[in-house]
Design a protein around this ligand. Structure first.
Ligand code: SF4
Length: 257
């Protein structure tokens, strides 16, 4: 996850324990080094932080559930209890992972008004920066998730009815890494995500990054092909000359009830 989260969300971290994926750029690395309490919370075995779980309450909010650790790695066994809490309150729930295969397994468990986000930083091999599933594997899992959700245009009449607002699919390209334009663009568009968010490394982690022109080319192409493409402040920090508007609007709440 990145240093600066998303506009219009309230972040809660109901799960403790170390993250399975060990990304070298994770903003938690520095926090864990500097703050003993953070180090304690995000070390060791998976366990619930009951106090944090109880912060999910009320109605009409957008909760980003799990920014400090990927809930769908070691912590996935905690998800039934987290879902149960979410079900009890009428909010939007943004989940984010690098292991979207779990979305396929859990699709029918997600509460109403869920947004299922997957981080995909590039189409290229990421094994030197993270032990998370490779981008190809994440794309494949997302395609399966879409089938489960019956989001595919081929099956417009087969949508399950348990949700008043269907779970939406988001792809988070952050931190954006050097990519192969044709392949990455096609993979992204083929999923037809409801939301694409693009951001950059916020921690000067010396990652392989695309140049300014290539970033613009991707933004232009995605904006032409998809309805909702938003750019995080981290991208403007990294590429200050970007000729685009900053993201300010609330894209999470859709009301088709
Ligand atoms: S998956 Fe997310 S929380 Fe886990 S190490 Fe990577 S960036 Fe950090």
């Amino acid at each position: 996850m990145s240093k600066r989260m998303y506009p219009h969300v309230t972040t809660v971290n109901p799960a403790s324990g170390s993250c399975e994926y060990g990304c070298c750029y994770c903003y938690m690395n520095e926090l864990k080094r500097n703050f003993p309490d953070v180090r304690k919370k995000y070390s060791g075995v998976s366990r619930m932080d009951d106090k944090a779980l109880k912060r999910i309450c009320g109605s009409g909010k957008v909760y980003f559930v799990g920014s400090g650790v990927d809930l769908f790695g070691y912590q996935h066994g905690l998800m039934p209890a987290i879902f149960e809490r979410c079900y009890a309150y009428d909010n939007y729930y943004l989940f984010q992972t690098k292991q979207p295969y779990r979305y396929c397994q859990l699709t029918e468990c997600f509460p109403n008004k869920s947004i299922l986000a997957t981080t995909i930083e590039t189409n290229r091999d990421t094994s030197l920066i993270s032990v998370a599933p490779a981008p190809d594997v994440r794309f494949a899992a997302l395609r399966e998730t879409k089938k489960w959700l019956r989001h595919d245009a081929d099956m417009p009449n087969e949508a399950p009815t348990k949700w008043s607002i269907m779970p939406r699919i988001a792809i988070i390209v952050e931190p954006i890494l050097e990519f192969d334009f044709e392949e990455f663009y096609e993979q992204l568009v083929k999923i037809h995500p409801d939301i694409v968010v693009i951001g950059a490394d916020s921690g000067n982690n010396n990652l392989p990054e695309p140049n300014f022109e290539k970033v613009c080319e991707l933004i232009d192409a995605l904006t032409a092909a998809l309805l909702c493409v938003r750019l995080k402040d981290t991208l403007f920090d990294r590429y200050p000359e970007l000729p685009y508007e900053r993201w300010t609007d609330d894209i999470w709440r859709i009301d088709n009830e």
